[in-house]
Design a protein around this ligand. Structure first.
Ligand SMILES: [Cu+2]
Length: 493
């Protein structure tokens, strides 16, 4: 089966979609609306003034950027930066930086007005599909849960309008971004909360290059619990570290959606039953598709209400190249196989995808790769029901004892489930039923790719697939499957 979610988001309220919003749908290939004429004029000017001047301008811009980022706040008011020194140019995707890819997600379009990148976020109800079979009415931005990813460049001045179409006040906190206190988005502390129907203007200069997030900071438990979060990527003005070919963004979240209900329950404090990457639970998650040999970056953010997530990548070792504060010096980048992404934090990993295959990328907390798992279920492991089923069927026709050997059979057997629920749902893989859900996706590395669309399952080359051992193999290697299982003491006698 395909692991690609099929249903588009329905914007602007869960029962009434009359209101519009500036963004609908993913935009991996679509360039944002920009002041092309102005940008071309400035670029033409740079090119025609000659290489020396151009190089000098870039050098100045780069050293100014380093000075700014080396000593945060040391150069006076936070709003002073390279963008105020005449170096300000609205940096363009694919020309000045390689745009990020947001699986299952979207990006926030922008336009340039007087050298300021102007964005518009609309807080509103969103009917959201977590995976085929589970929809819920959430709160998000621009018809999306989570909100569209904001992408900009160090030195950019950004102006972000926030319109509140919710029935409650809200704010947006720009999580991890260095800015004036009055733009920080904590309702009542930084500024007034945004009343229903109001539009606020946030404006600041980006003085850093890092992976950040945004979220409501008004009635946080409710509004973050209902999905009011997003990612905010700031590319460096000058390249830092090895160039990456694929730059993915994944926001981790967790939800409480009781089976059969249609809204997440933000009052839940500890027991979350829907775990997501970019608001999708497997098998709703889109695969991360890369060409063999490409250098891959994955930017992970975590705005779950409660849990930290140890994200494990199969098949590769990676380096943690960024934390919330920006780039980790190369000498301090630890080789890892699992990266812990704490609540309220971002972590960025990089690696070269040099081995083709289908590789799991998932949270290693086992209950976080299940769908709508509950722990009220009795422990049935090892139970021998005898003739219990027949006896119970006299009272409950169709009764069948389950769970004696674990949970795998529940999803695989396609047991009938309540409407709008995905209890124990997994997916059919190439080699059988996959007993995973939740915070799980697949990195697909291929030797040849025309496009980055889902290439389907991996074709294993001969002799690289685990299969049942043949009698000849067992005989050759002296393996007696009926003998006592071999073991020796861990501490030599
Ligand atoms: Cu987890």
């Amino acid at each position: 089966m395909s692991t690609r979610a099929t249903e588009p988001e329905r914007a602007s309220g869960c029962e009434d979609d009359a209101l519009g919003a500036p963004e609908r749908g993913g935009t991996p290939g679509g360039l944002p609306e920009t002041d092309v004429k102005g940008a071309l004029t400035r670029r033409t000017l740079l090119v025609t003034t000659g290489a020396t001047l151009t190089g000098g301008a870039l050098l100045l811009s780069g050293s100014a950027a380093r000075a700014q980022s080396a000593v945060p706040g040391a150069s006076g008011p936070r709003e002073r930066s390279l963008a105020d020194t005449g170096q300000r140019h609205a940096r363009q995707p694919n020309r000045n930086y390689r745009p990020v890819v947001v699986p299952n997600g979207s990006k926030l379009p922008w336009k340039v007005v007087d050298n300021v990148k102007v964005f518009h976020l609309v807080a509103e109800e969103v009917e959201h599909e977590f995976a085929p079979g589970l929809n819920a009415c959430c709160w998000g931005y621009n018809g999306r849960v989570h909100g569209p990813t904001i992408e900009a460049v160090e030195g950019d001045r950004v102006r972000i309008y926030v319109t509140n179409r919710l029935p409650a006040a809200t704010t947006i906190h720009w999580h991890g971004i260095l800015l004036p206190s009055g733009m920080d988005g904590v309702g009542g502390l930084s500024h007034k909360s945004i009343a229903p129907g109001e539009t606020f203007r946030y404006e600041f200069t980006l003085r850093q290059a890092s992976t950040n997030m945004y979220h409501s900071h008004h009635d946080e438990m409710t509004q973050i619990g209902l999905g009011m979060t997003g990612m905010f990527i700031i590319h460096p003005r000058r390249p830092v570290g090895p160039r990456v070919d694929r730059d993915f963004v994944i926001l981790l979240h967790e939800w409480r959606i009781d089976v059969g209900t249609g809204r997440p329950n933000p009052n839940e404090m500890t027991d979350f039953n829907v775990l997501t990457m970019n608001a999708k639970a497997f098998p709703g998650t889109e695969p991360l598709v890369v060409r063999q040999g490409e250098r891959v970056r994955i930017r992970l953010g975590n705005l779950s209400p409660q849990n930290h997530h140890p994200i494990h990548l199969h098949g590769f070792h990676f380096r943690i190249t960024e934390t919330d504060g920006g780039r980790v010096p190369e000498s301090a980048q630890q080789p890892e196989g699992t990266v812990l992404v704490p609540v309220g934090s971002t972590r960025v990993i990089e690696f070269v995808a040099d081995v083709p295959g289908d590789w799991a990328l998932h949270c290693h907390m086992t209950h976080h790769m299940m769908n709508q798992m509950g722990h009220a279920f009795p422990n049935m492991i090892g139970v021998k029901p005898g003739n219990l089923d027949a006896k119970v069927r006299t009272l409950l026709p169709g009764y069948m004892t389950m769970g004696q050997t674990g949970m795998a059979e529940m999803g695989e057997m396609g047991m009938p489930v309540p409407p709008n629920s995905i209890p124990m749902l997994g997916a059919q893989g190439k080699h059988g039923y996959m007993t995973v859900g939740g915070m799980f996706t697949v990195l697909k590395v291929r030797e040849r790719l025309e496009r980055y669309a889902d290439p389907g399952w991996y074709d294993n080359p001969p002799d690289t697939l685990a299969v049942a051992a043949s009698p000849d193999e067992l005989r050759r290697d002296g393996i007696d499957v009926n003998a006592p299982a071999p073991v020796e003491p861990g501490t030599p006698a």
